[in-house]
Every structure is written in structure tokens, then in C-alpha cells.
Design a protein around this ligand. Structure first.
Ligand code: FAD
Ligand code: SIN
Length: 536
């Protein structure tokens, strides 16, 4: 079995992974940084981001306190205030760095000032964007910047399977065992089918979210919660997993597609209005901020209207907007709508909520340290405390930039003390054979996504959570049986990981006896007066 040693092992090449790699390459020019990514370097949630990156920019109108207040308000009492302050105050500097690395953001017509957009829950215009392709612009910039460092190596099609800890050296570990350490990971090289051991002084999880746990999601197929599941198996602390964010407006495509195409919140910020099929506005029944209320409120309103009317979608009306300006801001959305026969200037856009963002994740402190030593997490797989019970639009790219930077700086002075662990055994594939029927895995995945969508979606209840847990347990047992007897494949590992994530979401949801932010349950429709994080 191949054994590789690298000073720093980064799992994931989205905004968090590449920002960390670039920062670390600069801070530690004599250290090797290895970035694993399970498909191509450019494939990530990051590349699909549309609306933009939030940062206090126009100091005549905006200030840190306003951005902090908006973030706390969206987070429904569960954000960690000191961490939100770090995000907001350090954010603009990180965005300026991105601009220095070559990222383009749209400017106002005939002006050098950035064209700042507004999205749901923001009291000011503060979203820097590049048309409706901000994510790709940031991903491109980061890939080009990372390319400049000879001490960064990117390994594509390399799938991290499990984190290595004392457990692999034969020690008994439980979640409260003190001093658990991470020594790297086992990884499946998808190019040659071999499992490798990668040893590192420190490992940084940047594996993104888990939207694929639901039937309908804006997340690309790579978003299977691998990092969260690996960390949980390694006995790290995971928190607030019940807060899965549903974006109110994914494009309703009767043909069905995975991922669902996002119609950016920036379209509502630009003047798009949510309506019924008959063309009537309905958001006035739910929130005075109308179509620009925070996402949890808008998604629930749409869900409720759809259920009341028995319809498959609601609508976003853009027909009154300036055509030229709409096209300049949203060329990709316009093109996609037209590809399914909808002209946003003539037809209302059919929309439906879809799972979009994992607010909880691997619990970290303000430096990205997890509860396991030598293991850090940044980006969507982590839970910094910034998002609380509901993430504010466009705070995620910012979080990736700010906290990946902090992780890199936290490592200064630590690496020499963290040697390469000896005695790590080869991956144990005893008793496994090639799968006879891949359909067992694909069917398992379908069932899982159905269970989560029907029972642990936008509206929850005790009965639904119980049903979900019972069904998940059966699926878990069947999949573990497959895992013990079948040659490892990415599909099987993703199914296992998604089952773990589904369990974490459902268990946290069934423990929360209140409705808060993204977690709404008919059994406890009100918010409790005290605040509690769901730590597992
Ligand atoms: P990702 O960008 O998802 O990267 C994860 C990386 O981990 C990938 O490279 C993946 O291949 C790798 N990986 C995963 N598992 C493994 C494994 N087992 N082994 C090896 N590699 C692995 N946020 C905003 O702030 N503004 C927006 O406008 C915005 N728009 C969005 C639009 C869409 C359609 C979506 C889906 C999300 C949007 N978001 C937005 C959210 C934001 O894009 C993500 O939260 C953020 O990009 C996550 O970055 P990340 O680096 O944590 O993870
Ligand atoms: C969007 O463009 O609506 C997505 C923004 C986000 O998820 O922050």
C-alpha cells in the first residue's frame, strides 16, 4: 500500500481548501501542502455560487454593526456573537486579498465603485458579485493563485475515506476520550483503484456541505457530507445539524434534474417578486420584508402556499424589470430559464425550495480547531457559530475566506511538534469482493433521499422524525453489511456518509423541542426562551 507523507493535508479544493492552501504555502514556504479532491479541482459548491460575497464595503451607508446585526437576526439567536464579529470585521480584508489575486467583481456603470447587491435579510447593499457567476470567478482565481506555489500539490480524483486516529493503532476511543489525534487519512485513488495512506502533521477538512441528502438540492453531486461523516466516525464533535437551509427559489423543472438550478436571491434583491400562479403576491401574509425576508421564512411561506394550493411550484415575477439590466446581471439564469422554455421577461419563473446549505457541521473554535488534535475544519463542513439557526445570504463564501486564513495562522509554530505517525496499518479489505449489484447502492441512495425529504424537510414533527430514524436504522444496517463485504467504491462511501449525515440531522431535529430558524416542527411551533446548541 502506498504511503505518502505531507506536512499539511487539505481535503477539498473549494474556497476553504484552496484559500487555506495558498495562505499556508505563503506562511510555510518549506512545507509541502497536499490537496485531495474527489473529482476535478474546479468542481465544488463554490463554483456554483451565484449571488456573491457579503462584505461591508460602502462605509458611507454601511458599517460592521449593521452586518453583524443582520447575521444575528437571520441566525435566530443561535449565532456566536464573537465569531460573527470576527467574520464581519476580517471579511473585507480577505475580499480585498481576493481582488489582489485577480478576482473580478462587477462595477457600477461608468464608475470605479463596486456594484453592491442586496439579498434577503441584509439591511444594506453589500454583496460583491460577478454577474451570476461569482462562485466560478472565485474558484478560478483561487486555482490560478494556488498554481503559483510550488509547495502546493493538488491530487484530483482522490477520495478521502477515513481519518486516521489512535483507533487505527488499536486503541479504544470514544467521543469523550481526551487527546484524540488525527494523523492523516486513508484515500482511494480513483485513477488506479488503490487505497493509499496519507500521513500528515495536520489535516484540514474543507469537504463542503451535504445537500445531496435531500431529493431536491442546489448542491452538486459532490456535496455528500463526507468530511462531517468522517469526523463523526473519528469521534469529533458535530453540532447544529438540524439546521439544513432550503433556498426558496430553485428553478422548477418538471423533467427533474440533480442538482436543481438555483435562481439567485439576488434576483429578488433586484426587484423580482414572489407570486401565485394567478399573479397575486403572497409574502405580505408572512413577513413585512416580503420577498426579501430571510430564507427560512420565505422557504416556509412558499412550502405552505404550495401545500395549501396543492401545486408543484410558485412563481418569481421579473417581467417588470429592465430587460437590459436583468440580462447584464443574470445571463446564466436567463439562459437556463430559456433552455426549459421560460423567458423571464415574458413568463413568470416557476420556483420551488431546494436544500441549499448545511449550517451545522464539525464543531470548531475561532481558529478552526476541531475537538480532535491536529484536525482542523473550515468552510461549509465546519460549524464556526457564524450561521446559528439560519445562514444569512452570501455569508458562506466570506466564512470560507476568513476562517481558512485563521486556520493557516493558527498552525504557526506547531508543525515541528507534530511528527508523522508510525505503525499505521494498511486498509483492511479482508473478506470483501467486487459488488455484484451496484443497484443496491443506487437504490439505497434513492430511499435515503426520499426518507429525508418526506420526514425531515422544511416542516417537521415528532412522528416524522421517529419514522425517519426507524427507516434510517434499517438502511444503515443494510449498508454496513455491504461495506463489510464489498470492495470500496466512492458510491458506497458516499451512501454511508450520507446515512451518517441523515442520522445527525434527524437526531438533532428530534432533540430540539422548539421551532427556531430553519428548524420548524408542528409539535413545538414556538421558540424556547433559552438558547441551546445541538452538540453530538
Ligand atoms: P466546496 O466548495 O463544496 O468544496 C468541497 C471540496 O471538497 C470539493 O473540492 C470536493 O470535491 C471535496 N471533497 C468532498 N468530499 C471529499 C472526499 N471524500 N475526498 C476528497 N475531496 C472531497 N454562498 C455564498 O456566500 N454566496 C453565494 O452566492 C452562494 N451561492 C450558492 C449557490 C449554489 C448553487 C450553491 C450550491 C451554494 C451557494 N453558496 C453561496 C454556498 C457556498 O457556495 C458554499 O457554502 C461554499 O462554496 C462552500 O465552500 P467549501 O470550500 O466549504 O466547500
Ligand atoms: C443566491 O445567490 O441566492 C445564493 C446566495 C447564498 O447562498 O448565499
Amino acid at each position: 500500500m502506498t504511503r505518502t507523507q505531507t506536512d499539511l493535508l487539505v481535503l477539498g479544493s473549494g474556497i476553504a481548501g484552496l484559500t487555506f492552501a495558498i495562505k499556508a504555502a505563503g506562511l510555510f514556504p518549506d512545507r509541502q501542502i497536499l490537496v485531495l479532491t474527489k473529482t476535478t479541482e474546479g468542481e465544488s459548491n463554490t463554483r456554483y455560487a451565484q449571488g456573491g460575497v457579503a462584505a461591508v464595503w460602502d462605509l458611507q451607508k454601511d458599517n460592521f454593526d449593521k452586518h453583524i446585526a443582520d447575521t444575528l437576526d437571520a441566525g435566530a439567536g443561535l449565532c456566536k456573537k464573537d465569531i460573527v464579529r470576527i467574520l464581519v470585521e476580517e471579511g473585507p480584508e480577505r475580499v480585498r486579498e481576493m481582488i489582489g489575486w485577480g478576482a473580478h467583481f462587477d462595477k457600477e456603470k461608468d464608475s470605479n465603485a463596486y456594484d453592491l447587491a442586496r439579498e434577503g435579510g441584509h439591511s444594506e447593499h453589500r454583496i460583491l458579485h460577478f454577474k451570476d457567476l461569482t462562485g466560478w470567478e472565485m474558484q478560478r482565481t483561487l486555482m490560478e493563485e494556488a498554481d503559483k506555489y510550488s509547495n502546493i500539490k493538488i491530487l484530483e480524483y482522490c477520495f478521502a475515506l477515513d481519518l486516521i486516529t489512535q483507533h487505527h493503532l488499536g486503541h479504544m476511543i470514544i467521543r469523550v476520550t481526551p487527546g484524540i489525534e488525527c494523523y492523516g487519512c486513508y484515500a482511494l485513488n480513483k485513477q488506479n483503484g488503490e487505497i493509499e495512506i496519507i500521513l500528515a502533521r495536520a489535516t484540514i477538512l474543507c469537504t463542503g456541505g451535504a445537500g445531496q441528502v435531500y431529493k431536491s438540492t442546489t448542491n452538486p453531486v459532490i456535496a455528500t457530507g463526507d468530511g462531517i461523516a468522517m469526523a463523526y466516525r473519528a469521534k469529533s464533535r458535530v453540532e447544529n445539524m438540524e439546521f439544513m437551509q432550503f433556498h426558496p427559489t430553485s428553478l422548477y423543472n418538471p423533467a427533474g434534474e440533480n442538482p436543481s438550478f438555483l435562481v439567485s436571491e439576488a434576483v429578488r434583491g433586484f426587484g423580482g417578486i414572489l407570486k401565485t400562479a394567478e399573479g397575486a403576491e403572497f409574502m405580505q401574509h408572512y413577513d413585512p420584508r416580503l420577498s426579501l425576508a430571510p430564507r427560512d421564512i420565505v422557504a416556509r411561506a412558499i412550502d405552505s402556499e404550495m401545500k395549501k394550493r396543492g401545486t408543484d411550484c410558485m412563481y418569481l415575477d421579473c417581467r417588470h424589470l429592465d430587460q437590459e439590466a436583468f440580462l447584464a446581471h443574470f445571463p446564466t439564469i436567463d439562459e437556463k430559464c430559456k433552455s426549459i422554455g421560460i423567458d423571464p421577461m415574458k413568463d413568470m419563473i416557476p420556483i420551488v425550495p431546494a436544500c441549499h446549505y448545511t449550517c451545522g457541521g464539525v464543531m470548531v473554535d475561532e481558529h478552526g480547531r476541531t475537538s480532535i488534535q491536529r484536525l482542523y475544519a473550515a468552510g461549509e463542513c465546519s460549524s464556526t457559530g457564524v450561521h446559528g439557526a439560519n445562514r444569512l445570504a452570501s455569508n458562506s463564501l466570506l466564512e470560507g475566506l476568513v476562517f481558512a486564513h485563521r486556520v493557516a495562522h493558527d498552525l504557526v509554530g506547531k508543525l515541528d511538534a507534530w511528527g508523522f505517525q508510525e505503525g499505521v496499518p494498511d486498509w483492511n479489505a479482508e473478506g470483501t469482493t467486487d459488488p455484484q449489484e451496484m443497484v443496491l447502492i443506487t437504490q439505497g441512495l434513492k430511499e435515503l433521499r426520499e426518507i429525508m425529504s418526506y420526514y425531515v424537510g422544511i416542516v417537521r414533527s415528532n412522528v416524522r422524525s421517529k419514522r425517519a430514524l426507524d427507516r434510517l436504522f434499517l438502511l444503515y444496517q443494510e449498508t454496513e453489511e455491504l461495506y463489510k463485504t464489498t470492495t470500496i467504491s466512492p458510491q458506497l462511501m458516499e451512501l454511508r456518509n450520507l446515512i451518517t449525515v441523515a442520522y445527525l440531522i434527524t437526531r438533532s431535529a428530534s432533540h430540539r423541542r422548539e421551532s427556531r430558524g430553519l428548524h420548524y416542527t408542528t409539535d413545538y411551533p414556538d421558540q424556547r426562551p433559552f438558547v441551546e446548541h445541538s452538540v453530538l
